[in-house]
Ligand binder design. Sequence first.
Ligand SMILES: Cc1cc2nc3c(=O)[nH]c(=O)nc-3n(C[C@H](O)[C@H](O)[C@H](O)COP(=O)(O)OP(=O)(O)OC[C@H]3O[C@@H](n4cnc5c(N)ncnc54)[C@H](O)[C@@H]3O)c2cc1C
Length: 389
Amino acid sequence: MSSNSLTLAPAPRLEAAERVRAEVREFLAVELAAGAFTPHVDAWLSGVDPGFSRRLGERGWLGMTWPKEYGGHERSAMERYAVTEELLAVGAPVAAHWIADRQSGPNLLRYGTERQRREILPRIAAGECYFVIGMSEPDSGSDLASIRTRAARNGDGDWVVNGAKIWTSNAHLSHYAITLVRTSPPGEGPRGRHRGLSQLLVDLSLPGITVNPIRILDGGHHFNEVVFTDVVVPGDMLLGEEGNGWHQVTAELAFERSGPERFLSTYPLLAEFGRRAAAIGDPAQLATLGRLSARLLALRQLSLRIAAALDRGELPDIAAALVKDVGTTFEGDVIEEIRRVVEVVPSLDSPDPLGRALAEAQLHQPGFTLRGGTNEILKGIVARGLGLR
Ligand SMILES: Cc1cc2nc3c(=O)[nH]c(=O)nc-3n(C[C@H](O)[C@H](O)[C@H](O)COP(=O)(O)OP(=O)(O)OC[C@H]3O[C@@H](n4cnc5c(N)ncnc54)[C@H](O)[C@@H]3O)c2cc1C
C-alpha cells in the first residue's frame, strides 16, 4: 500500500517506547562510564564496533520488529525508533549492524525465501551478521537504472556476476551485499530500463570479489569499490523475483530514507554545543540553540509520522524523501550555525570535545545530502508525488 499524503495519521501513544528509551539510556550511561566507546558525529556510518553490536543484540535491540521465529522480538516500530534515537543521540558505534537491521533484514522478511530468512535473520538480530547496499556503480548513482553489473545463469543454475559497485559503505567488514544486477536486457519505452533488474544476496567472501578501499576526507575507511569478476553466486541466492529488482529497490529505499539518522548525524555536535551554550549563557549562542532545537523538534514530528506509517505496512516513500531532504539540510545547517557563534578551532586532535565534534562534522558533511539519494533527486520525487512533473 502506498501512502504519500503529508497529513499522515498521528503517532500512537508511546508508553512502551518511553520504557525502552529509559532502558537504552541506562545501558548507554553504563557503557560510557566504562569507556566502552567514544561518542562520534555520524557514527551510524563510520562507528564500527562488532562487540557493541552484539551487546545490543543480546538486549533484544536489533531486529526488534521482526517475528520471533526469525530471531526478532515483535516490538513496535515506535519502540525501535526510540532505541535508534538514543543510540544516534550519543553517537554510539552502531555502523556494523546498521544497514542489516535497518533495511536488509526488512527486505529479506518481505522478499526472502524461507531458507534465506531462517539462516540469516537470527544472525542479524544477534548483531553478528552485517550487510552492505550494492546499488551505486562508478557510472550509475542517481540514474540507478543504468547499472551495468550483470548476472547470467550458468549450466548449474548458479549466477555468474561481473561488474563493479562503488561507495559501498563498510564492505570490508560485512558479510553480505544485496546487489542490484541486470539479469536481462532492458525493455522498450521510457520505463523499460526498470525491467530486467534483480537483487542477489552475495556472500562477500566468495572467490572473485575484490574490495578496494576509498578514504574519506578525515582519512577514515568506510567506503569501498567492490569488483566482481566471474563470481559464482548460488542460484538460490536470488532475492525475491527475477526481474523485480527495481520494485524491490524502491521499497528498500523507503526504509533507507525514513529513519532519524537522516537528521541526527550531527546531533552529538549539537548536544555538545548545547551544554556549552547553557553554561556560558551567551545570547547569540542561546538564540542559535533555540533556532536549531525548534527545527529539530519539527523534523522529529514528521519523522515519527513516517515511522508510524511504516508500522501500519504503508510505503510513505514521498513523505520519506521530503523528510530526508529537509533533514540532511538541517544536519549541515547545524554545523554552519554553530561555527558562526563559537570561537573553537575545529580539529580531529582537539582536546576540546566541541572542537573535535565540529571537525568530524565538517569532514563528513559533503556526504549528508548525497547518500541514499541526493537532495536534487529527492526533490524530483516529491515534485512527482505532488503531480508537478
Ligand atoms: C557517505 C556515503 C555513503 C554511501 N554509501 C553507499 C552504499 O553503501 N551503497 C551504495 O550503493 N551507494 C552508496 N553511496 C552512493 C550514493 O547513493 C550516491 O553517491 C548517490 O546516489 C549519487 O550518485 P553519484 O555519486 O553517482 O552522483 P551523480 O548521480 O553523478 O550526481 C551528481 C550530481 O548531479 C545531480 N543530479 C544527477 N541527476 C540529476 C537529475 N536527474 N536531476 C537533478 N540533479 C541531478 C545530483 O543531485 C548530484 O548533485 C554513498 C554515498 C555517500 C556520500
